[in-house]
Design a binder for this molecule. Structure first.
Ligand code: ADP
Ligand code: ZN
Length: 608
């Protein structure tokens, strides 16, 4: 099938009815030979912006990508669509790479994926010149930036493309939001003159939720069983040891879960990643080592059982949920100890004052996000410099919007905490301060004579959890600070005096857990919930099983056969003929040929 217009390619090859903003303009620029910078969030459909022009323009489109796993998944997906795509990388067997070379030199490829080192290897660009390149797409372009978080020195060499291939359009694509990185991309890749396309970084289908950490494993199990049974997700933990513990716990509880961290061999890690992508397991429990190179579109939840390092990391890591646009959960569980620990880790890298100031700022922003009484999405986006228009304050899809936060006047309680901190010498952590407030005679309390203080036992009316919540919020507001240069003790911060003197009042949010609301009725899986009748849901599960079987037989991830969205539509619509089947979202010409019969057969049998 040879489409002649972008529109036709979209419909016939991809099976999608319409472009998303601003795919069509980007494609139009590239078709006219212009360079572009595309900064759009994960899941917004950046790939189409180079895939379609590469198919339409004479010659081969070259895609530079940093990871082999990413390239392979893209190629497999494109081949399912009948697009002539291949990848050249060090992971190929000798004859595999010979085949790709033959196809390339025979001008039989629409798209070729290579690593930056591969592209710049001796003689490779000469070969490409002979073949005829129709565009260069530089994926994950933020890797060129030293400011960003994934700097790859090899990316710097890509600047030569401008001189070596004048007139061949280049696209730099990234999901990284901050302006310094964007400037660096333009500069380092010699993209002066490129047209920039920026869209909002909002991920509306992700529901953000933050909980105080009590018993993390129980909290995780409850979340998974109530809302995400059988669905794919990632659980992030801080350390290798915690990763192992949580993975083992999940396995013991009957979940198909595997650990992933830098202490495992690359073979074990590769296998875990593969099992996740091909739906052999449901859950990956990982340190931050996991994520880059995960294109899996149907990740339904990302749970931070320990807090992330910063809001940047948080956005990145939660961004791996819901690439397909269907509802997804981002849940974080955190306690003050975690924040103190993060602070101490920052301290242990001996860093300059400037660096340390930035790190404090990042930590405080994270804390502010956790303790906010405002819409979480709004706080997150404004951190990236994106302020939503007035009037659209409430996203309606985060915990504070869905269950408006109750607040209470805690001026007296704040005074109690501040006075306990002050009288114990501004050197103890929250555990000890709470012991003093509650009047608990631990050996530490008695050895410091803290049972003699006037604040000893003044806080007996509240429980430990509530005191923890109060202290977290005081830290988030900067009224208390954590001494991360010492041993993590609490100190009085700015405005503490005003509160002690009673000059300002302070309201606290009531923790959802402390309030212990009765659970909502247990909901079924998020995905199937899009379907109305139980019959449709059952059919969806049947189609899902069929998809898994077909994918296994071909050794490809299930989502490249059909996306969840496609299966949902199929289950609701129940097509009976090929013509009806073709109208389903995500069914293009190649998939019609390959899968119509078997899916129509199963649907017909189910209908009977
Ligand atoms: P990104 O690279 O920006 O993270 P992808 O290119 O992987 O995003 O696209 C995310 C998902 O959206 C994919 O499943 C893709 O098939 C789908 N998609 C892209 N463009 C469209 C469109 N115009 N209509 C429907 N689905 C689309
Ligand atoms: Zn909100």
């Amino acid at each position: 099938m040879n489409p002649t217009t972008p529109e036709e390619a979209l419909k016939k090859v991809f099976g999608f009815p319409a472009f998303r903003e601003p795919q069509e303009q980007i494609i139009d620029c590239v078709m006219h030979g212009r360079d572009v910078l595309v900064v759009m969030p994960t899941g917004s459909g950046k790939s189409l912006c180079y895939q379609i022009p590469a198919m339409l323009r004479p010659g081969t489109g070259v895609v530079v990508s940093p990871l082999i796993a990413l390239m392979d998944d893209q190629v497999v997906g494109l081949r399912q669509l009948g697009v002539r795509a291949a990848a050249l990388h060090s992971g190929l067997e000798g004859d595999e790479s010979r085949t790709v070379w033959q196809e390339l030199l025979g001008q039989e490829l629409d798209l070729l994926y290579v690593s930056p080192e591969g592209l710049l290897a001796q003689g490779f660009l000469d070969q490409l010149e002979a073949v005829g390149v129709n565009l260069f797409a530089i994926d994950e372009a933020h890797c060129v930036s030293m400011w960003g978080h994934d700097f790859r020195p090899e990316y710097l060499g890509l600047a030569v493309l401008r001189e070596r291939f004048p007139g061949i359009p280049r696209l730099a694509l990234t999901a990284t939001a901050d302006p310094p990185t964007r400037r660096e991309i333009l500069e380092k890749l010699h993209l002066n003159g490129a047209r920039s396309f920026l869209t909002s970084f909002d991920r509306p289908n992700i529901r953000y939720r933050v909980y105080p950490k009590q018993n993390p494993h129980q909290q995780l199990l409850r979340l998974l069983r109530r809302e995400h049974a059988g669905e794919s997700g990632i659980v992030y933990r801080f350390s290798r040891k915690k990763v192992e513990a949580t993975a083992t716990m999940l396995q013991d509880e009957g979940f198909r879960a595997l650990p992933y961290h830098a202490g495992l061999s690359s073979e074990v890690r590769r296998k875990a990643q593969r099992s996740f992508v091909t739906d052999e397991i449901e859950i990956i429990v990982a340190t931050v080592a996991f994520g880059m190179g995960i294109d899996k579109p149907d990740v339904r939840f990302v749970v931070h059982l320990d807090p992330p390092k910063s809001l940047e990391s948080y956005y990145q890591e939660t961004g791996r949920a819901g690439r397909d646009g269907l509802p997804a959960t981002a849940a974080m569980f955190y306690g003050l100890q975690d924040i103190a620990l993060l602070g101490q880790l920052l301290r242990s890298n001996d860093s300059s004052d400037e660096r340390r100031r930035i790190e404090h700022f990042k930590l405080n922003s994270l804390l502010g996000f956790c303790e906010t009484t405002r819409c979480r999405r709004q706080v997150l986006l404004s951190y990236f410099g994106e302020d939503r228009a007035a009037g659209s304050d409430n996203c309606g899809n985060c915990d504070t919007c869905l269950e408006p936060v109750e607040s209470w006047d805690g001026t007296r309680e704040a005074q109690m905490v501040l006075s306990a901190v002050y009288r114990t010498g501004e050197r103890f952590g929250q555990g000890h301060v709470i012991d003093v407030l509650l009047g608990t005679t631990t050996s530490k309390v008695t050895s410091w004579n803290h049972d003699q203080l006037s604040t000893f036992g003044v806080g007996r009316d509240l429980d430990r959890r509530t005191w923890q919540s109060v202290i977290r919020q005081l830290v988030a507001a900067g009224i208390l600070t954590i001494d991360i240069d010492g041993y993590g003790g609490l100190r009085l911060g700015a405005d503490a005096k005003k509160i002690l003197r009673g000059e300002t009042q302070i309201d606290f949010r009531r923790d959802p857990l402390a309030a212990k609301k009765p659970a909502k009725k247990p909901s079924k899986k998020k995905t199937a919930a899009a379907l109305e009748s139980p019959g449709d849901q059952e059919l969806f599960e049947t189609l899902r099983a069929l998809r898994l079987k077909l994918a296994r037989a071909q050794g490809v991830p299930p989502y490249v056969v059909f996306s969840d969205r496609t299966l949902i539509e199929m289950a609701a619509m129940r097509p009976r003929t090929r013509a009806e089947f073709e109208t389903v979202h995500g069914v293009g010409a190649a998939k019609l040929e390959r899968y119509a019969e078997v899916f129509l057969g199963v649907i017909a049998r189910y209908a009977e």
